[in-house]
Each structure stands twice: as structure tokens, then as C-alpha cells.
Design a protein around this ligand. Sequence first.
Ligand code: B1M
Length: 278
Amino acid sequence: MPLKIDTEIEFDLEDLQYDFEDSMETDRWNDAPAELKELFHTLEWNIIDGEHADTVGFIDTALGGDVSARTLIAGPMATGIAEVGRRFKMDEYFLPEVMMSAKCMHEALARLKPLILAEKSEEVGTVVIGTVQGDLHDIGKKIVAMMMEAAGFTVHDLGVTVPPEKFVEAVREHNPQIVGFSALLTTTMNMQWETLKVFAAEGLREDLKVFVGGAPISQAWCDKIGADAYAMDALVAVDKAKACVTRLKNLTGGAEELHEAMLEIDREREAAKAAAAE
Ligand code: B1M
């Protein structure tokens, strides 16, 4: 049975991070055995430093210690790339450093993907997903696609910088219940709206549940553009997608009832988190 380490804690990354030793002083993964805490910080720093030649080795060591792929993704990989984003924003890092860190993330995800997919349960539905036109970010979208696949969806990942017509074509070809638009830039989030408008113009809107996500995306943005669901992370995306193809399958895309049901899932999640924290 793989070790379960709490990755749902929202760490205060403000204290992050001057070097590995400082990271070890924080309370991140204090509930893990000492050698695992050290390994998690090592992996976190491997991503921050962009030392991709060593990434898979650290991942393999963690897997050998019975840590699950999900724990690695939601734990040290997430905090490492978050720190890269902070450094980029503060002009402490420039594109070359960010690209090296992204390479670590891609290599780690490639190693973990078969393990996540091995969990695949029975077929539940079909998803078309992509990063919208003009946007090259795909690490988060790949995680969402992977988790959806593990949850039993057939996922058609259209890649990055996907124009609206390509989404339309894929929807006609694969007939999914759900289509997902990822956007990581404030300059490309509007393409989610544009793509949705093309769907409406093509008469496809009601047949689809439209999901939006990515760092600058919020529930308010989802409401504004009339998408059906906002997911702040891959786990929420999976919960909402499963609800869409089971108990909500008869609701049409754009229906108020569907929108409300998606918000209810967020409320339930928040309540469960609050109860667990007590
Ligand atoms: Co870029 N970048 N980047 N970048 N980059 C950001 C997004 C930025 C916030 C960094 C910063 O300033 N702090 C900033 C955007 C600022 C803004 O728009 N306000 C930025 C910028 C400015 C840029 C460039 C414009 C820089 C330049 O050229 N001057 C450029 C744009 C290129 C382009 O797209 N046209 C650029 C380029 C790049 C790289 C290519 C170097 C690389 C991407 C590599 C790749 O993805 N293949 C990169 C990276 C790595 C980042 C940061 C550091 C990390 C993004 C990431 O992978 N996060 C990022 C900083 C940040 O986000 N804080 C940054 C980890 C990932 C797991 O999280 O993607 O949020 P995320 O996904 C989550 C959720 O959001 C959600 O679930 C995921 C898993 O839990 N989710 C969904 C995501 N999609 C979803 C879809 C769903 C549901 C949930 O349903 C459909």
C-alpha cells in the first residue's frame, strides 16, 4: 500500500525559499518520515534548479519508497514549479531557467504517466482538451488529461495553441460529453471565450459540458463567459467531469441547473476540507 502523505495542505510558500536547507526548516511534509521529507525537498529543488538529468532518478527513489505518483505531482513537483513561477514574476528567473524547470516537470510526468494510467477504471466518457490558441503552457493541462484518463475517460488531448476550429473539428470527430480549455496567460484567457462563441455559432454548445481552467482562470471568469465548470486543479476537474457524465448527464451545456450543480461540488469540497481541518 503506497504511503499516503497529505498534499491537500495549502502551504504558505511565502517562506520559500533561499536554498535546500531553508526549505528543510519549513513545515512542508513534516508528516513524512525524515528521509522522505528530505527526498521531497530534494525533488522540489531539482525542479527549481532545472537539473532535469537527475529528475527521474529522484522520482524513482520516491516510488521505491512507496510514495504514490499523485503525491509526487501534488506535493514537491507542485511546490517546486510554483517557486519557479514566483522567481520568474520577480525577475529572479528568465525564460531559459523556466524552460529547464519545465523540462524537469515533463520528464517527471512522462515517468509517472503509466503509473497513473494503470489506475484506469471502467470507461465513463470522452473528453476533448487543449490549451487555447496563442498559449504554449501544457504542464497543468497534461496533469488534468492524465487524471481524467485514470478516472475512466477517453481523453483526446489536442496539445497547445489550439485554434477554435480545431476544437470544433475534434468535437465533431470524437463526440465527447466534455470539452476543456486550458489557458495560463491573461492574454490568452479570452480565447476560451472566443472558442466558446464559435461552439455556439456552430450549434454545438448544448451538447457539451464546457470546462475551463488554468492559473489566471477563476469561477468569476467561468460565470462571465458562460462556461459550465471551472476547476482549480485536476482533482476538482475529475470530480466535476464524473458528475457530468453520471447524475448530471441529462442536463444540457449552458443550463443554469448544471452550473449550480458544479458550484455545489465546490461547496461540498470546501465543507469536507473544513471538517478535516477541525
Ligand atoms: Co510561462 N508564464 N510564459 N512559461 N509560466 C506563467 C503562466 C506566468 C504566470 C509566470 C509569471 O509571471 N509568474 C506568466 C503569465 C503572466 C500573466 O499572464 N499574467 C508567464 C509568462 C508571462 C510567459 C511568457 C509570455 C514569457 C515570455 O515569453 N516573456 C511565455 C508565453 C509563451 C506562450 O504561451 N505563448 C511563457 C513561456 C513559458 C515556458 C514555455 C518557458 C514554460 C511552459 C512550458 C510548458 O508548459 N510546456 C512556462 C512556465 C513553466 C510557466 C510557469 C512558471 C509554470 C506553469 C506551470 O506549469 N504550472 C508559470 C507560473 C505560474 O503558473 N505560477 C508561468 C504548474 C501546473 C501544474 O499548474 O498550469 O496552473 P497549472 O495547472 C493546474 C491548474 O491551473 C489546473 O489544473 C492544473 C493541475 O492542478 N488547470 C486546469 C490547468 N488547466 C486546466 C484545464 C481544466 C481544468 C483545470 O479544464 C479544462
